[in-house]
Design a protein around this ligand. Sequence first.
Ligand code: SF4
Ligand code: SF4
Length: 166
Amino acid sequence: MANYLKDIFNDFKELARSKRKENKKFFERLNGLDISALNDQFHAMHEEVFAETDCLQCARCCRATGPLLNKQDIARISKKQGMKPAVFEAKYLRVDEDGDWVMKSLPCPFLALDTNKCTIYEYAPKACKQYPHTDHSNMKSILGLTETNVRHCPAVFEMVERMKKG
Ligand code: SF4
Ligand code: SF4
């Protein structure tokens, strides 16, 4: 396990909560940056932190958050699972308060709990492959989501901590 992840993983929920106010102010400052400066900061940190991150030692996103699924995800995964989309939806999904398809239960039913591996990785939802989106081409457009992800993803938490110091 990378050092930073080992250091923060066990107390992550509490630690992230304790930084909430401080991070709110920091994100207000980030919001004042232009698109290109914001992208540069996040993209550099994304590279740096993920080079030190073994997601198989974490899997918080698969255990506690789960993805939003679009129609293409549902069509692709249900086909691979040999089910009709409606049967797949009924078995695994629910519609959340924003009207999006999400997993009915967490941890995600496609997570192998003993290894933290995704059992459908080759055809997993697009959002799973893109999470936590810190290499997005317009970070300004997802700044609110990224502030939320500080409390869900230790890698994003670490990126923000390093940005504050930098
Ligand atoms: S929560 Fe973040 S660090 Fe943990 S597995 Fe997911 S992407 Fe990796
Ligand atoms: S589909 Fe795979 S990557 Fe996505 S949340 Fe489930 S286990 Fe994780």
